[in-house]
Structures are given as C-alpha cells and as structure tokens.
Design a protein. Structure first.
Ligand SMILES: Nc1ncnc2c1ncn2[C@@H]1O[C@H](COP(=O)(O)OP(=O)(O)OP(=O)(O)O)[C@@H](O)[C@H]1O
Ligand SMILES: [Mg+2]
Length: 449
C-alpha cells in the first residue's frame, strides 16, 4: 500500500490531468493546485509528502513557492518541473533545497522512478526524526506469555483490536502487568505495523510542554517557537500513537485529545487551520480511570471514547497459574543472557514464588529471576537466591545474634561485599542485585575502601 500524499502544482490543465491519472494509479493520494497561493494553502492543511512543482506558475513564482514550503516544513520533498532549456533556475531550486528536477517533456517512467526514490528518502528522514522524538526503543519481542484465563482473554482481545485499525484502545492494569507489551503487540499485529508507532509517556513530560509535544507549534506561536515544530500526532500519521500513563494528563488538555480522536484533525499551537491525520490512539494507565472520572479528575467523554475497546490486565497474584510458567521462561531467558545453565526451581523456591503478592507484577518477577540467575552458581534456583521480600514472613531479615550489635552502615557494607563476592566481583551484576545504580555502588565502595 502506498500512503504518500503528492501535491501537483501546475497551470496546464491537461498536464495536471495526465500526471494525476498516473500517480493515482501508483496508489498516491493526489492534490492539485494551479497557482502558488493555493499550493501554499494545501501545504498548510494536508500532510503532503512530496510536491511536483512547476517553475512557471501564476501569482507566485515556483522558486517563491519552493522557499515558502521549505520554510514551513523542510522535510517535504520538492521536485521541480521546468520547460525551459535554461538550467539556471533549476539549479537555483536545487540550491534552495529542491530534491531534483524534471525537464519537460519527460517520460512517465522517469517520473515514477524519481518519485519512488524521493519518497524512500523521505521515509528515512521521517524515521530519523521520529526516532529522535520517541524516547523509548521499540522492543522486538512482543510475545505475551501465560495460560491463565485472564491472559488468554487479553491475547484474544489483541487479535480483535488489531483488525479494527481505527478504534481507540484503553489498556488498564497495575504497574508491571504488561501494558506496554500489549500496546506493542497490538501495533505489531495490526495492518498499521508498517506505519509509524510513536510512544509518549504523559507522566514523563512536564505538564506545560505536553501540549506542544503532542500538537507541535507554528513558528512564532510563542517566544521560544523559533521555527515550526511537528507534534507526535503528526509524526504518527497513518499509524499509532501510544499515550502511556494517560491519567496524568491535565484536565484542560483532555478535550483537545478527544477532538483529534473524533475528528481526525488537529491544529499546531498557534496554527490557524485544521490538519487532517489518520491516527489510532492506544492509551494506558495504572490508575483506575473510572474512579478518577467519578472524582472529576478525568473527563468522562474522553474516558468513554478511549474505552471503546478496553483491555484489562489482571495482577499477577490473581493468575497464579502463570507465576511458575513465567518464572521458567525468564529463567531460560537469563540463562542465555548470562551463559548459565540453571534449569530447575527448588520446590521451596516454587512455594515462595507462588506465595508472594507481587506488587510489581511481571516486571518484579522478571527482576527477581534475573537477580537469581546472577547469584546462583548451581543448577537449581534455591530460596537463597531470592530477595528478602519473598521470604519476609518465614525468616528474620537479620540473624538474632546480630540484632542490637551492628550499625546500619556496617550491615550495608557487609551485605554489599557479600553480594560482590557472590557475583565474582562483577560490579554491574552486583548493582543489579542490590538494585542501585553503578555509580552509587562505586561511591559506596570508595567509602569502604
Ligand atoms: N505476559 C507476559 N509475558 C512475558 N513478559 C511479560 C508479560 N507481561 C509483562 N512482561 C514483561 O514485564 C515487564 C513489564 O511490562 P510492561 O513494561 O509492559 O508493564 P507496564 O504495565 O507497562 O508497567 P508500568 O505500569 O510500570 O508502566 C516487561 O519486561 C515485559 O516484557
Ligand atoms: Mg508501562
């Protein structure tokens, strides 16, 4: 499928007619203008990828239009068309940022090939600017493991949702239950997977910047807006926008999000015209949105709009069937990563894993298994290799003869040195086990000499 939007700017009706026919057949969405002013207006209202621009057009010269487009959005690809044998204006256009030029009359095959190459370049540029903007890497593995009824239901919903590429989705679940994993899976399974997937954690961006992050701004929209900036809705055009932690979005921004979802148009901040887009929104939250709606902390209209398709991830403690399955899965995964061969869970290890409440859900289980694999030097994972929280009910944290005789600092020092010994002095692994950063570990070690 070819989703690119091409604008033809040309004053000869018959040439417009021919070009439009050819490009439509290639699958492009085609817009036309027979003068410079209309061309600039279309550029403002549509997310045009490429412009075929005649050098000689009424109202504004081709070069002027070129300059206006480049100022507005330097990523738009411009191919000039010229009838004169004089190459100077065409060369001038190249200097001003045109991608290439065609001498009239040209072969239609030449045109097709040039467009194809140019758009591939464009795709690459968009890719790069998108990668720069999305803070999180998209992980390659999106398999959602588990056989509990709750997870089977989730997998079934993902398949349904993937087939309805426009419907909004709301993913709810406690921290670490796999919300992002589900969002990735929906994207991967849907026909939108060849299109952009843009992620934004609404809680990670200062409130006052969130709006311009999402909608972008026009040049001069506010004091710092030195040039036009695209928002994430725009970068996600044709694809999917993942709004993580949507519950932390300010109330006054919410109606604007609702408007984009409903009308599929948006305005950059300071913009005067609506721009059409086609974006699916997937939102996630670990707080109960229904509760927030009752407390007037989240708008009900947006809530109902988002929850057209709702996926609820049950906490791990409510799907004990999955605990051992996931433990073994992560065990294998970390065996491979750390070149170990721990292939068994001791019976009392299994008991501890099953008995624990897992407030951090699957993420916590994964961390526990990673730490276990790092610490375990045998082929069976024993309770000793599990963190203290899992054993809290059964074992005292510190043996009784220590109590009252040892300071917290000394305790910390002994513990750190013990862990270091267990991981054969590997500081990265020790930091992981201790759940502190490497620099913190380094500082502490310096302190103890
Ligand atoms: N069913 C599952 N199968 C395999 N891995 C899983 C599963 N569920 C979660 N994980 C893993 O657990 C970790 C946490 O998942 P994820 O980041 O998707 O959770 P989250 O719900 O978005 O958490 P938070 O609310 O903290 O943002 C990830 O490493 C993910 O790959
Ligand atoms: Mg998450």
């Amino acid at each position: 499928m070819n989703h690119s939007k091409v604008l033809i700017v040309e004053d000869h009706e018959d040439l417009i007619f021919t070009l439009k026919g050819v490009l439509k057949k290639e699958g492009y969405t085609v817009f036309t203008a027979n003068n410079g002013e209309d061309a600039v207006e279309i550029i403002h209202n549509e997310l045009i990828d490429l412009v075929l621009l005649d050098l000689k057009i009424p109202k504004m010269s081709g070069l002027e239009v070129l300059q206006k487009i480049k100022e507005y959005d330097p990523e738009i690809i411009i191919i000039m068309m010229t009838a004169t044998k004089d190459a100077r204006p065409a060369i001038e256009a190249l200097k001003m940022g045109a991608y290439d030029y065609l001498m009239k009359p040209f072969e239609l095959d030449e045109l097709r090939q040039l467009l194809k190459n140019a758009l591939e370049t464009h795709q690459l540029r968009r890719e790069v600017s998108r990668l720069r903007l999305s803070q999180e890497k998209i992980r390659p593995v999106h398999t959602i493991y588990g056989e509990s009824p709750g997870i089977q239901k989730v997998r079934q919903l993902i398949r349904i949702v993937a087939e309805t590429p426009r419907t909004s989705v709301l993913i709810q679940g406690e921290s670490g239950t796999g919300k992002e994993l589900v969002a990735n899976a929906i994207f991967e399974c849907s026909v939108r997977s060849v299109q952009p997937f843009v992620k934004l954690n609404c809680a990670a961006i200062p409130e006052n910047l969130l709006e311009s992050e999402l909608f972008g701004h026009e040049k001069g929209a506010f004091t710092d807006a030195k040039s036009m900036k695209k928002g994430l809705f725009e970068l996600a055009d044709g694809g999917t926008l993942f709004l993580d932690e949507i519950s932390s979005m300010r109330l006054n921004l919410q109606p604007k999000i609702l408007r984009v979802i409903e009308n599929q148009t948006f305005r950059r901040i300071g913009g005067t015209s609506d721009i059409k887009i086609d974006v699916r929104v997937i939102a996630a939250t670990n707080t109960d949105l229904a509760e927030m709606v009752r407390n007037k902390e989240f708008r009900d209209d947006l809530y109902y709009r988002l929850k057209v398709m709702e996926i609820i991830l049950p906490p791990l403690r409510e799907r004990t069937d999955d605990i051992l399955l996931l433990s073994k899965l992560f065990l294998e995964q970390f065996n491979r990563e750390f070149h170990r061969s721990i292939h068994k869970l001791a019976p009392d290890t299994e008991e501890l894993l099953l008995g624990y409440s897992w407030p951090g859900n699957v993420r916590e289980l994964k961390n526990v298994m990673e730490r276990g694999v790092i610490l375990c030097q045998e082929n069976t994972l024993k309770p000793d290799h599990l963190p203290i929280e899992l054993k809290r009910d059964t074992e005292p944290v510190v043996s009784n003869d220590f109590l009252g005789k040892i300071s917290l600092g000394e305790m910390e020092k002994r513990h750190i040195l013990e862990v270091l010994k267990k991981v054969n002095g590997n500081k990265s692994q020790a930091a992981k086990v201790l759940d502190i950063s490497r620099s913190t570990l380094r500082e502490k070690l310096k302190l103890y000499e």
